[in-house]
Ligand binder design. Structure first.
Ligand code: NAP
Length: 487
């Protein structure tokens, strides 16, 4: 008959700190007193599912255990004994963490089932329950205390002095989607003013494609990590950080690349808090794109009732949010998309008038049916340059947001004067330059989601390691809504 052992405790440290230790399958010789020495076989990573740790106990016993599952979202791992000099047979154990509601403490549940030789049931149950689990709880507490991370009530959160293992995507040389390569790395403790974040969802934006292709070398040199936004929770805070604590749910967008990773240090000034209704994936799907829609509507385009807005890629990440929000604010919204399926989705999200055109022919319809566009939001670039100018109404405003088809040819002032038109080439980061402005825009975005002005977009999910697949899909024009990477 299978024996079962269940033990649990509460550790006086945030879940991220406890998990940072426990998710490392080779950490136990650093904190558990009974373990003498441990190593991962075959040079594999210590958080790689399937890896085997081979360790000796101080009493001379030898054990090989295999990591079966590791879930950073559920804070849960499972492992089994594959070979041991102790008579534990068919041993499978699960470690699960849950945050205690005050956010500062962690509930740790440890359970296992195993068979034993006849007559040894009670002895081995006691050995596992007390010698392994209860002792492990006490030993991990002491380990965290030594690391300086267990806090007296009211004391300031301290960063752990340790680098923590992470995974990231790098671009060794600019190129197509295959230029995105996954690797392990160590993330140092956060510096002054920084926060170390365990990222659970990373937003994919079209700018990531430009960076990977080498179109903006000043922003990302070869060897760099793309990505401008992510959501997750705070692991620890550097000196001088106020207002954030380990365990806080946050998201960020920032002008420095590097978000395609599992763990990252970012300036605290980039962070926004996430309301309970916005989960990590939704936050990564809408933060940068939604704040872009916000500055376009509120500041650059100054939306008003009856104004004619022409929005390209109306079923895309920015497009869906912008069309819905512009319409809610009274604009007449005209969207372009490349397929009937995208047209249906764009209409569902509030785009009133949809033009289906895979090859950038829309100016004639816009002039004929609406008399031109007052504001054009153009992420298409060179392939639609002439059509966009032709679609502009007198005194219209052409906002060049991006260049999915390639960089624009220079825009001549002499051409603009023919329509008394204006031309802008904005970047979202200039419109969230202070924490106060960022907080105001984020609050408007969460409110718009809550009151139904905008709807959550469809989200395509990829593992972090499958970033190349996500890029290939985005570039193929096959996607609608947002894409996120799940580290
Ligand atoms: N400047 C800023 O502040 C800022 C901020 C965010 C985004 N952006 C820009 O806004 C645009 C939309 O970004 P996003 O991340 O939301 O992407 P997205 O719209 O989800 O994806 C790009 C879309 O562009 C359309 N497209 C047209 N020609 C294309 C081509 N040759 N190659 C690839 N796609 C083409 C496709 O829609 P159809 O198939 O329907 O044509 C495609 O789905 C991008 O240009 C991006 O750079 C700028």
């Amino acid at each position: 008959m299978l024996q079962k052992v269940i033990r649990s405790t509460v550790i006086d440290a945030p879940i991220e700190r406890v998990w940072a230790v426990l998710r490392d399958f080779n950490s136990h010789d650093q904190w558990h007193d009974v373990v003498a020495h441990s190593q991962i076989e075959a040079g594999e990573r210590s958080d790689q599912v399937g890896c085997v740790r081979s360790f000796s106990l101080k009493d001379g016993a030898r054990i090989r255990e295999q990591l079966l599952t590791l879930d950073d979202r559920q804070y849960k791992s499972t492992y089994c004994i594959v070979e041991a000099t102790v008579p534990l047979q068919r041993y499978v154990a699960t470690v699960t963490l849950k945050p205690v509601t005050d956010g500062r403490r962690t509930f740790w549940h440890w359970e296992s089932s195993f068979a034993t030789p006849p007559g040894m049931e009670a002895e081995l149950r006691q050995m596992v329950a007390e010698g392994v689990y209860e002792a492990g709880f006490a030993n991990l507490r002491r380990h965290l205390e030594r690391g300086g991370d267990l806090r007296a009530p009211g004391a300031a959160p301290m960063p752990t002095a340790l680098p923590l293992p992470g995974r990231r995507i790098v671009v060794p040389a600019y190129g197509d989607a295959h230029a995105l390569v996954a690797e392990d790395h160590a993330v140092p403790p956060p510096g002054p003013g920084e926060v170390r974040i365990r990222q659970r969802a990373v937003g994919v934006n079209y700018i990531d494609v430009y960076l990977r292709r080498g179109w903006i070398p000043g922003l990302m040199a070869p060897g760099g990590t793309p990505g401008q936004e992510a959501a997750g929770s705070v692991v620890d805070c550097g000196a001088g950080v106020h207002g954030f604590s380990p365990g806080d749910r946050v998201a960020y967008l920032g002008p420095t690349t590097g978000a395609y990773c599992s763990l990252r240090n970012v300036p605290a000034a980039w962070l926004v808090r996430l309301p309970p209704a916005v989960d990590d994936e939704l936050a990564a799907a809408v933060l940068l794109k939604g704040l872009t829609a916000d500055y376009l509507l509120q500041d650059l385009g100054r939306v008003r009732p009856g104004q004619r807005w022409l929005v390209h890629a109306a079923a895309g990440g920015v497009g869906l949010l912008l069309c819905a929000w512009a319409r809610r604010l009274g604009a007449t919204v005209i969207g372009t998309v490349s397929s009937e399926a995208k047209a249906r989705l764009a209409r569902l999200h509030g785009c009133e008038h949809v033009i289906v055109t895979p090859d950038y022919h829309f100016a004639e319809a816009v002039q004929r049916d609406f008399g031109g566009a007052d504001v054009i939001v153009d992420g298409l670039g060179v392939a639609a340059q002439a059509e966009n100018f032709a679609a502009l109404a007198s005194c219209g405003h052409w906002i060049s947001l991006g260049q999915a088809s390639g960089p624009l040819e220079p825009v001549s002032p002499d051409a603009l004067v023919m329509k008394s038109a204006s031309f802008s080439r904005p970047v979202v980061f200039a419109y969230i330059a202070t924490p106060a402005v960022l907080a105001t825009r984020a609050a408007r975005l969460w409110a718009a989601l809550a009151d139904g002005s905008i709807r959550p977009p469809p989200i395509e999910r990829y593992t972090l390691d499958a970033a190349a697949e996500a890029h290939a899909r985005l570039e193929s024009r096959a996607t609608s809504g947002a894409l996120v990477l799940l580290p």
